[in-house]
Design a protein around this ligand. Structure first.
Ligand SMILES: NC(=O)c1ccc[n+]([C@@H]2O[C@H](COP(=O)([O-])OP(=O)(O)OC[C@H]3O[C@@H](n4cnc5c(N)ncnc54)[C@H](O)[C@@H]3O)[C@@H](O)[C@H]2O)c1
Ligand SMILES: O=P(O)(O)OC[C@@H](O)[C@@H](O)[C@H](O)[C@H](O)CO
Length: 414
């Protein structure tokens, strides 16, 4: 039990009005979208109401703190702590009445999502994302509450349409290529099966934005709770630790408005595709390789694996191959130079077991495209072959166990 006063809002404190609703209350949402919103020039106008997906745990301490939490930016030389004020509501994802109520508010302009690849049904849970949503299609058709993130989003959007609350923008922020188009396709597919008349409204009133998101944010540990308390003098049960670097590239329309995210460093572009490929191959592809090669050589963290020349040489060989297939105008070498120092930041304890989860899916999306591009030009890529073999061996080994809990919704304090 901490002797420090509990973090919370002062009675009567003015909070930004809710204009953004979020699904997936993990650490990344808070280090990234909440941080960009809190650092925007019009931050006072944009409050966020966030919902968990599978467990209410992450919402509890945040709700007790009025949504306040500490972001610890952990650089190679020290920590910088800031309490971010823009998360103003935290709810259990099963609280569909509140979710519907918020989506029915015309001043709510944006829904963001961070629900992992599997949250969209991309991965081992079903043969296709459409099949993953079949159970929710049956629930929605029967008037029962949906359980998947997109089932809930569909339900909320249909309710918004029914009350005439106007256009809205959906912004998925997961590491998936063309994530806006994917969500548009899946929601329209649900409409086709549940309520075909609603499909036209979805096409007309809901804008889907594709994004590339970047900020290394490991799972919060008990040690991070102590660090946040030391830095702020308040007892925070839900801090987040992230690297100082943050990047967000977005493409698409915001018919109901948006925060001035570019004033916090976000980039708006017509085509997010090349940015996503650069990030998914160079950062996430390398992370996937580091997890496979690093775990097989007994390492526990990204920094430890990168400090092993055998692993680092394989990552460098993968990077050299990937750069050959990326557009030169995106300056992949400049991105790589920064990435090398980000990965070398040993104060960020990014655990390989967390990154290793769902390795087969990640290899398919982040390593195989580079391997195939090299093969097409007659070159082998043994470093990638070794990573794929190590990942396969790890998947079948008896030491293969979940990292430390299913996701960030289970906070160390909860
Ligand atoms: N953490 C990072 O460094 C980082 C950086 C860039 C992008 N991202 C993206 O954000 C996502 C979330 O990251 P996080 O660190 O907050 O992770 P997390 O594991 O805490 O997951 C966040 C949310 O996803 C939900 N979720 C997890 N598995 C699910 C499943 N199978 N079905 C439905 N919902 C599920 C959780 O319940 C939680 O609400 C990542 O998967 C990635 O796509 C993360
Ligand atoms: O589960 P993943 O592979 O999508 O994410 C694990 C990490 O590679 C990822 O979270 C990175 O830290 C992040 O993408 C950096 O922006």
């Amino acid at each position: 039990m901490s002797a420090l006063p509990r973090l919370g809002r002062a009675p009567g404190a003015v909070v930004p009005p809710v204009r953004i609703v979020h699904l997936g209350l993990g650490a990344f949402h808070r280090s990234h979208q909440v941080w960009f919103t809190a650092n925007a020039s019009d931050a006072a106008e944009w409050g966020i109401a966030a919902f968990t997906v599978r467990s209410p745990d992450a919402a509890r301490p945040l709700a007790e703190q009025g949504g306040l939490f500490t972001l610890v930016e952990r650089g190679p030389d020290g920590d910088r702590a800031t309490v971010l004020p823009n998360l103003v509501e935290a709810h259990d994802g099963a609280d569909l009445p509140r979710f519907r109520e918020l989506l029915a508010d015309p001043s709510v302009a944006i829904v963001t999502l961070t629900v992992t690849e599997r949250g969209y049904g991309v991965g081992p849970d079903a043969p296709t994302p459409e099949a993953f949503h079949a159970d929710d299609v049956a629930r929605l058709t029967a008037g029962r509450d949906p359980v998947t993130p997109l089932g809930r989003l569909y339900d909320g959007l249909r309710h918004r349409h029914a009350v005439g609350a106007g256009p809205i923008t959906v912004v998925p922020c997961d590491n998936l290529p063309d994530n806006g188009a994917l969500v548009a396709r899946l929601l329209r597919g649900i409409a086709d099966r549940v309520d075909p008349a609603f499909r036209a409204a979805l096409e007309q009133d809901v804008s889907f934005v594709s994004t590339s998101v970047d900020r290394i944010t490991p799972r919060t540990t008990a040690h991070d709770l102590e660090a946040a308390g030391r830095l702020t003098g308040a007892d925070d049960h839900a801090p987040v630790v992230a690297e100082p670097f943050a990047d967000w590239v977005l493409a698409g329309r915001f018919p109901a408005g948006r925060p001035n995210w570019e004033s916090a460093g976000a980039t708006f572009t017509d085509d997010v595709g090349p940015y996503t490929t650069r990030k998914l191959w160079l950062l996430n592809g390398a992370h996937t390789m580091l997890a496979a090669r690093g775990l097989s050589r007994g390492h526990e963290t990204v920094a430890a694996a990168m400090a092993d020349p055998v692993v680092a040489d394989d990552v460098e060989a993968f990077w050299a191959a990937a750069v050959r297939h990326l557009p030169a105008d995106l300056e992949p070498d400049r991105y790589l130079a920064r990435l090398r120092s980000r990965f070398a930041n040993g104060r960020i304890e990014h655990r390989l077991r967390q990154i290793q989860q769902d390795a087969p899916l990640k290899i398919r999306l982040r390593i195989l495209p580079v391997l195939e591009a090299e093969h097409a030009e007659g070159r082998a890529l043994p470093a990638a072959d070794r990573a794929i073999a190590d990942a396969a061996a790890f998947e079948t080994s008896s030491t293969h166990a979940p990292a430390d809990g299913p996701d960030h919704e289970r906070t160390p304090a909860s």
